[in-house]
Write a new protein. Structure first.
Length: 572
């Protein structure tokens, strides 16, 4: 944390001058694009052929641009590393005051409940300067330049934290063996005609590839004090995550002006319904795992959501709804981690998955099954760890094109679920979001849910003759209302065409479960099931579709679903 704040401010201005100079030179040579368009007509010709036609002084720069570009970036990296090594002693000296005034309040804000205070007693960054190992231009347009610098630092700092616990114990904690590899993003924006050609610079830690450090009690062993090491590590990582990691960015004005548009703002809301999981890996020697899920966009303790625990079940059904603030849909993603609840012991990870938010279509529910993996960064393990079922709905703020958000009903006079989402402008603040969340919790969607079980196809054979006598049991999870179709004898492709109506009191939080059974004289055999929420039918009103059977080798049901809304409001 200390290094990030001290270093970025120290080099951002210098890098900005280099970028501004390059941009200025490119602007002066803008007329060369006309020559490039002329040469494009000869695109089918080889480079040697074009050299025979065009004199050297008119030869387009793009033919030899690749090598020049490599040399330019290599020279820039060498220059940055050389200059950084020269000024590192001064950065080291100047960083102490900066860190004490800016970082200590952040650490205090994120300190764990077990800690009463956390301050620096010693602070030097050591003699080893970081090294820049890569550089790239992410995007360049008329409004600004975005640059990314990959950096590696294996430093020898002397950082000692003065820790006081709630029990009154004072501990001098030394932070040692710091190893960091990451990517910093620098945004030079807006571009102006006044030197140094940009109005402000934004910096952010775009990606943490590695961040390791060890903690040691000066003159003792921190492991002998339960909970303290983990609390300090969590505090440091949370502080870095929420103050410097993208999409959070720091704006440093270079030329006086209003740069509020560059600051981080919420751009939308992600509605997540955690439906279920299936075929989870069993982590228990006796019985089955007790799974629960943790979901987040930003890995901060107060921004993470946890589901309830389903005991002794490798195919849990949660049907829980969560919402997350989105700040940069192009780079953020939803992370889901499934754990086995071990009670007083640490929970064991079963598997995890991610969904890039850029893959979601605004205003349209995405129903998705995700394969669980052991590690999101290193996916070498191909072991099957199960799947998790989600419904995702991304709602940009200010979306007023007729889109209806079933989770954000706010108009008391509406006669149906559908309403236009009017969450405000892009300037939606935290207070607005809190008020919207409170309104959502009061929304109760009531209606009649009509289900027509039309037919089934390719059901698994259940008797010696290769046939089955299937029927379907329909039930609503919350109300436990049940219906049953008739039995169709000796068929793997039965047709029922039977309709059933369910009166639903809370459509956004109920589920329909359909189980297919084989009727026998002396009992029944399970053939498979379908589990679905009511989100899609509430949004679309009516549709017909096929639904594959779970826990079955084959088979699917053809259903016609219809929703007749009767919305009411009820304070909870």
């Amino acid at each position: 944390m200390a290094f990030f704040l001290g270093l970025v401010l120290g080099i951002a201005f210098g890098v900005g001058l280099v970028i501004a100079f390059v941009h200025s030179e490119n602007s002066r040579s803008k007329h060369r694009t006309e020559l490039a368009s002329t040469v494009a007509a000869f695109s089918k010709m080889t480079v040697e052929d074009s050299r025979k036609i065009l004199p050297a002084e008119y030869y387009p720069s793009w033919v030899v641009f690749s090598q020049r570009q490599k040399l330019s970036w290599l020279c820039l990296l060498n220059w940055l590393n050389l200059e950084l090594a020269k000024i590192w002693p001064y950065i080291n000296e100047a960083a102490s005051d900066l860190i004490r005034t800016s970082v200590e309040p952040v650490l205090e804000q994120y300190k764990s409940a077990i800690l009463s205070s956390l301050k620096f007693s010693k602070l030097t960054l050591g003699t080893v300067a970081p090294q820049f190992t890569g550089v790239s231009i992410v995007e360049e347009d008329d409004s600004g330049i975005t640059m990314e610098l990959e950096m590696q630092w294996d430093g020898n700092p002397n950082i000692v934290l003065d820790i006081r616990t709630k029990l009154g114990v004072a501990l001098p904690i030394q932070v040692k063996n710091i190893g960091f590899t990451g990517v910093f993003r620098l945004i030079f924006k807006p571009l102006v005609e006044e030197f140094p050609c940009f109005g402000a610079v934004c910096y952010s830690l775009r990606e943490k590839k590695k961040m390791d450090f060890t903690l040691k009690v000066v003159g003792g062993d921190i492991s002998s004090i339960p909970g303290v090491s983990g609390a300090i590590e969590d505090t440091i990582r949370d502080a870095i995550e929420d103050t410097l990691t993208w999409p959070v960015r720091k704006v440093v004005p270079i030329i006086p002006g209003d740069y509020s548009d560059l600051e981080l703002k919420p751009v939308g809301m992600l509605e997540v319904k955690l439906v279920q999981a299936r075929d989870l890996t069993n982590k228990d020697l006796i019985g089955k795992s007790d799974p629960f899920a943790v979901l987040y966009i930003r890995p901060l303790r107060d921004k993470m959501e946890r589901s309830k625990t389903i005991n002794n079940d490798l195919n849990p059904i949660w049907n829980e709804h969560f919402e997350f603030i989105v700040e940069d849909v192009s780079t953020q993603h939803l992370t889901v981690k499934i754990y086995d609840d071990e009670g007083v012991q640490a929970s064991e990870l079963i598997g995890c998955a991610q969904v890039p938010l850029k893959n979601l279509q605004p205003g349209k529910v995405k129903d998705i099954w995700l394969n669980l993996v052991k590690d999101l960064e290193i996916q070498r393990d191909k072991k099957d760890r199960g799947q998790v079922h989600l419904e995702l709905l991304y709602c940009p703020f200010g979306m007023e094109n007729g889109f209806t958000n079933p989770f954000a009903t706010q108009n008391f006079s509406m006669t149906s679920l559908e309403k236009v989402l009017k969450s405000g402008s892009n300037g939606t603040d935290a207070a607005d979001i809190d008020r919207q969340s409170a309104q959502k919790k009061k929304a109760i969607v009531r209606g009649v849910f009509s289900v027509t079980v039309i037919s089934a196809e390719d059901l698994p054979a259940m008797d010696l003759m290769g046939k089955a006598d299937p029927y379907v049991v329909l039930s609503m999870k919350k109300t436990e209302t049940k219906f049953k179709t008739r039995v169709v004898n000796e068929s793997l492709n039965p047709t029922w065409n039977q309709n059933f109506d369910f009166v639903v009191e809370d459509g956004l939080h109920d589920m329909l479960i359909l189980e297919v059974w084989d009727h026998d004289t002396f009992g029944k055999d399970f053939m498979g099931r379908c589990i679905m929420t009511l989100t899609r039918v509430i949004l679309e009103g009516e549709f017909t579709d096929f639904f594959p059977l779970e826990n079955s080798k084959s088979g699917k049901l053809k259903l016609h679903l219809k929703w007749t809304p009767q919305p009411i409001y009820r304070d909870t």
